[in-house]
Design a protein around this ligand. Structure first.
Ligand SMILES: NC(=O)c1ccc[n+]([C@@H]2O[C@H](COP(=O)([O-])OP(=O)(O)OC[C@H]3O[C@@H](n4cnc5c(N)ncnc54)[C@H](OP(=O)(O)O)[C@@H]3O)[C@@H](O)[C@H]2O)c1
Length: 211
């Protein structure tokens, strides 16, 4: 499967690296092939492929969006045609000053993104933990996989993303449609406050025990 990444920093770099090592055909859609994030990814995994965004996105079946939330319009706008019909995995979080929701909880960042690319199929995933857990999601000593909650309105797109989540070593937990994205974004704020403010381990993840 061909996968493109818009953004290859802490989150995108870790996921792109991991997927490439699993055998997926991953290309970084780089606005600047010499940027720090691209350089660090190539240092980490010299087999990483980098191409200009239009080409990388046209060739891909799935596009991971892992830019800062404030950059999503600039990143997606010029690619709207190429993104038509494609699956976008929204890894972004709108985090505002004081670690509050960046859109004042009036709407989710994901629904704003969906409005920018209405012909794309959006699935929100890989947002509720820090990047440390995308670099390493093994938890020796626990006989259970960490849970990755995801949501989206397109069942086929969710099936594809669920398989990617499982391949990356997570328990995929489908929490419903895009109307759930706002709640995932609040869950992210909970995690950020627990870890970055209150001193819990950055390797804190949730597990889903379902009777
Ligand atoms: N950090 C975390 O622990 C974490 C966890 C879960 C989700 N998230 C979310 O994931 C997203 C990325 O976070 P991060 O920590 O990975 O950020 P980061 O390390 O700053 O990386 C941002 C990436 O986005 C690229 N980028 C910035 N502006 C762009 C634009 N206009 N067009 C195309 N690419 C652009 C950057 O490219 P250049 O190198 O060219 O600048 C870089 O590759 C954010 O929305 C964040 O809220 C973060």
């Amino acid at each position: 499967m061909k996968i493109a990444f818009l953004g290859c920093g802490q989150v995108g770099g870790a996921l792109a690296d991991h997927l490439q090592r699993l055998g997926y055909d991953v290309t970084i859609a780089a606005r600047d092939a010499k940027s720090d994030s691209v350089r660090k990814l190539l240092e980490r995994n010299p087999a990483s492929k980098v191409d200009e965004p239009h080409k990388a996105v046209s060739d891909a079946e799935v596009v991971f969006l892992a830019t800062p939330f404030h950059a999503v319009e600039a990143a997606l706008g010029p690619l709207a045609d190429e993104l038509s019909g494609k699956i976008i995995v929204d890894c972004t979080n709108p985090v505002g000053p004081g670690l509050k929701h960046g859109l004042d909880s009036a709407d989710s960042g994901t629904r704003r993104i969906a409005a920018l690319v209405p012909k794309s199929r959006i699935v929100k995933a890989f947002t509720i933990y820090g990047f440390e857990n995308f670099e390493d999601n093994s938890f020796p000593g626990y006989d259970i996989k960490p849970a990755m909650l995801f949501c989206g309105d397109d069942a086929d797109a969710k099936k594809v993303v669920s398989e990617l989540i499982a391949a990356l070593g997570w328990e995929p937990v489908d929490i419903g449609g895009l109307d759930q994205a706002l709640h995932l974004e609040h869950m992210t704020l909970l995690w950020i406050r627990m870890v970055r403010v209150h001193g819990h381990s950055p390797r804190l993840v949730w597990a889903a025990l379902q009777g």
